[in-house]
Design a protein around this ligand. Structure first.
Ligand code: ADP
Length: 178
């Protein structure tokens, strides 16, 4: 049985960059080792915990504040939290780090053009047509992360390679191990 120390792995990046995909691979690997993991995904959280919120700067902040509240409780109980949220502003990411304490920031980096090309959820098309206002990358900014512990470049590496980087970090820093 592996030991684990609480940490929140915070995936930040554009919509379609690969946050959920990589997080799921990490989750599967950790669960194979019988570790306790909880995934908090932007799309799912917004259907439940923060269904009342939109995408204005103010609502985005509230969304993150509620998620951080949950992530903090789990982390302090030694759960490994995998949080996938666009988190477009540096001030938000600083807030997460400050509040949660035990946090590793993963910048899921992918050129906007590539995300538009992938358009996993058809949202870029709508945003470009003006059907969605304040969409990150199109009509709202994504500030480049200043101090992420890990950067994965999903246009240049496979999701599996990116997940391996995250797992290696957790092992190296003894969040998981014997
Ligand atoms: P996000 O959670 O950041 O919005 P998703 O994980 O939902 O992004 O979507 C990313 C899409 O890109 C998926 O369809 C995934 O299969 C694809 N993809 C292609 N290459 C990669 C890669 N190297 N890493 C992650 N996702 C990739």
């Amino acid at each position: 049985m592996l030991l684990q120390k609480g940490i929140t792995v915070w995936f930040t990046g554009l919509s379609g960059a690969g946050k959920t995909t990589i997080s799921k691979l990490v989750e599967t690997e950790l669960k194979k080792s019988k570790l306790k993991v909880e995934a908090l995904d932007g799309d799912i959280v917004r259907q439940h915990l923060t269904a009342d919120l939109g995408f204005s700067k103010e609502d985005r902040q509230k969304n993150i504040e509620r998620v951080v509240f949950v992530a903090k409780l789990l982390t302090r109980n030694d759960i490994i939290v995998l949080a996938s949220f666009i988190t477009p502003y540096q001030q938000m990411r600083d807030y997460c780090r400050r509040e949660i304490g035990s946090l590793v920031e993963v910048y899921v980096k992918c050129p906007l053009e590539k995300c538009i090309q992938r358009d996993v959820k058809g949202l870029y098309k709508k945003a470009l047509n003006g059907e969605i206002r304040g969409f990150t990358g199109i009509s709202d900014s994504f500030e480049e992360p200043i101090n992420p512990e890990i950067i994965v470049e999903t246009d240049q590496e496979t999701a599996k390679e990116s997940a391996a980087k995250v797992l290696a970090y957790l092992k190296q820093h003894r969040y998981i191990g014997h």
